[in-house]
Design a binder for this molecule. Structure first.
Ligand code: FAD
Ligand code: FES
Length: 269
């Protein structure tokens, strides 16, 4: 079910270097959301900018009551340009136009019955994984988070995963926290050690997703990739978010409606 509604800002907290956690009161959307799906959110209560911005569901809840279920959802966002900069000025009580939930998210039950789902996050690509890890835990499926960022200031939310029973593997490009290098290094080790027992879900910048897809392809491990694009509409009509399809007849897939989550073999990077 899709809702177009006014959502109310409940909190807007800074967590790291230009990284914020926005809490929105929107019961209909919160109850319908699935991990890996997203909303199109107005960046400011003023009419500018005109276009809403795509943002993933990061966390759902808390519940209004056991009978009503969740009433809020959270968005983890990083300042990228004018719209996300305006979002940093949002205060409790502001109302924003919001459309969602949109898109196809991560599978709730991995296809090949793996022993473990490996969540691979690059930078703000962490955003969909608190919700995903919570659902995996609820389904009794083991998971591991590999979380890479440029440096320690961009690492946020690690405690959310520890509270869910996880022990995130941290990697930074400058070595300021965790292992030094790229998140694909511990991924390659996991694929080497347990290629029959894992499935990979990844979200992050395109170069990281390409590298994840390559490691998984070479290791014969299934992967699901959450892609990004500039999204003018978010619901399939503007054709502004195409990605080349990996199929004999060629053509394009729309990231907003066919994705944002794709099986690695569905797309041609
Ligand atoms: C399905 C989906 C879910 C997303 N979820 C989140 C999230 O949870 N948290 C978060 O911080 N960001 C998320 N993004 C990215 C976010 O939508 C963009 O960063 C935001 O729209 C930029 O708006 P802006 O006005 O600040 O920047 P603009 O001024 O529009 O652009 C600034 C720069 O960012 C680039 N840019 C704009 N949009 C995107 C994009 N979608 N992907 C990559 N580069 C872009 C532009 O080309 C430009 O270089 C998501 C994107 C998609 C497609
Ligand atoms: S954003 Fe308009 S078709 Fe995908």
């Amino acid at each position: 079910m899709l809702f177009e509604t006014q959502v109310e800002v409940r909190a807007n907290k800074i967590l790291g270097a230009e990284i914020f956690l926005l809490t929105l009161h929107a019961p209909d959307i919160a109850r319908a959301a699935l991990p890996g799906q997203f909303v199109m959110l107005q960046a400011s209560p003023s009419p500018e900018p005109l276009l809403r911005r795509p943002m993933s569901f990061c966390q759902i809840g808390p519940s209004g009551s056991p009978a009503t279920g969740p009433e809020t959802f959270r968005i983890l966002y990083q300042v990228a340009g004018s719209g996300t900069r305006l979002m940093t000025r949002l205060v409790p009580g502001d109302t924003l136009s919001c459309l969602g939930p949109l898109g196809r998210g991560f599978p709730l039950l991995p296809g090949g019955h793996p022993r473990r789902v490996v969540l691979v996050a690059g930078g703000i690509g962490l955003a969909p994984f608190p919700f995903m890890a919570e659902r995996l835990r609820g389904s009794g499926i083991a998971w591991t988070l590999l979380y890479g960022a440029r440096s320690a200031g961009q690492i946020v939310g690690v405690d959310w995963f520890r509270q869910l029973g996880g022990d995130p593997v941290l990697v930074t490009e400058d070595g300021s926290v965790g292992e030094k290098g790229f998140v694909t290094a511990p991924l390659a080790r996991m694929v080497e050690e347990d290629r029959d027992g894992i499935e990979v879900y990844a979200c992050g910048p395109d170069p990281m997703l390409r590298a994840v897809a390559r490691v998984c392809r070479e290791g014969g491990v299934p992967c699901r990739l959450s892609l990004e694009a500039v999204m003018p509409c978010g619901f399939g009509v503007c054709l502004g978010c195409g990605v080349e399809a990996n199929r004999p007849e060629g053509g394009y897939l729309r990231i907003c409606t066919d994705g944002p989550v794709f099986a690695g073999e569905e797309i041609r990077f």
